[in-house]
Design a protein around this ligand. Structure first.
Ligand code: PLP
Ligand code: CA
Length: 304
């Protein structure tokens, strides 16, 4: 890794870095695309890496879509050769976590988008169906399912007081698991607006339940373990490319990967430097080894 980190690289140096790695893990939003627009050159980069025998994985905290819908999005945005098996979303990994947990049986109360529900069902996990509560139903008289053994919180545009209240009731049982798809505080939207992320909904439930959620998405190591359980993956030969220091770069550091910050998304070079110059040792985990303007820089580096 680079001395001290935060090294801007391109050309021959970037070529050397890519030569030294066999696996490239890409965050999606802010790296591969922004919303519904591919980052210029990204489809060519993915193709070129694969042509050179590299393995490429996509690691996204976005829990709103099931894997198959990501395959369609990749195709729609011009990525011709992305396979379902290469896509690891926080919804898919949350479902895998519960599926592979030997001690877990029972139902899941899921706060989240259709992506979360679909991945849980695909993993063979029973999900408590959300019913429309009648006009006279409130938290003191609503029905609770006695088979619920886990609460999973993810991005939910239909988040409500009742969902929060029910989740809170389930979590009174200390045996009931408390999982969060990802810790993201907010996400940029087009036109300069932002939308609250899963992390903000999780925070509400953490306060209400006086408990802490187990986070599945980045920066937690679990997503790397999920990939490693399916593909033979060595941290030393893997590179993590992301746009958010607090999730992607910390994830890379937590998993022992070399890290690249790309400046097409949320975090800036200046923010990375602030972490680098901080006196707090923990802040070093937020410092990327390398910085590129865009992953489009990979293309000329590969062709060097
Ligand atoms: N979650 C939601 C709901 C989002 O809209 C986004 C980005 O658009 C993300 C998470 C972050 O995704 P990624 O980890 O690919 O940057
Ligand atoms: Ca991102």
């Amino acid at each position: 890794t680079a001395s001290g980190g935060c090294q801007k690289i391109r050309g021959a140096q970037l070529h050397e870095l890519l030569e030294s790695k066999h696996n490239v893990l890409f965050d999606c939003d802010g790296v591969i695309w922004n919303g519904e627009t591919a980052v210029a050159g990204a489809p060519e980069v993915v193709r070129a890496l694969k042509q050179r025998g590299k393995r490429v994985f996509f690691v996204t905290n976005n829990c709103t879509r099931p894997r198959q819908s990501y395959v369609q999005k990749f195709a729609r945005l011009g990525f011709a050769d992305v396979d379902e098996q290469e896509i690891f979303s926080s919804a898919y990994c949350s479902a895998a976590y519960l599926r592979d947990m030997a001690t877990f049986s029972g139902k899941v109360f899921a706060i989240g988008c259709p992506g979360v529900h679909a991945e849980l069902r695909d993993a063979g996990i029973s999900v408590v169906e959300e019913e429309e509560d009648g006009p006279d139903v409130n938290i003191s008289n609503c029905a609770l399912d006695p088979d619920v053994r886990a609460v999973l919180v993810g991005y939910d545009e239909k988040f409500s007081f009742m969902k929060l209240a029910k989740a809170c009731c389930y979590l009174r049982d200390s045996e009931c698991l408390f999982l969060a798809t990802d810790p993201d505080p907010w996400h940029p939207l087009r036109g300069g607006r932002i939308t609250p992320g899963s992390g903000s909904l999780t925070a509400a439930l953490e306060t209400a339940s006086s408990r802490k959620a187990t986070v599945i998405g980045k920066p937690s190591r679990f997503m790397f373990e999920c990939i490693a359980s399916q593909f033979d993956l060595d941290p030393e030969s893997s590179l993590m490319v992301g746009d958010r220091l607090e999730t992607d770069i910390v994830f890379g550091v937590n998993c022992g990967l070399s890290t690249v910050l790309t400046l097409t998304g949320v975090s800036t070079f200046e923010q990375a430097q602030v972490y680098k110059d901080s006196d707090e040792p923990k802040k070093k985990d937020f410092v990327p080894d390398y910085v590129v303007e865009s992953i489009a820089d990979f293309l000329e580096a590969l062709e060097e």
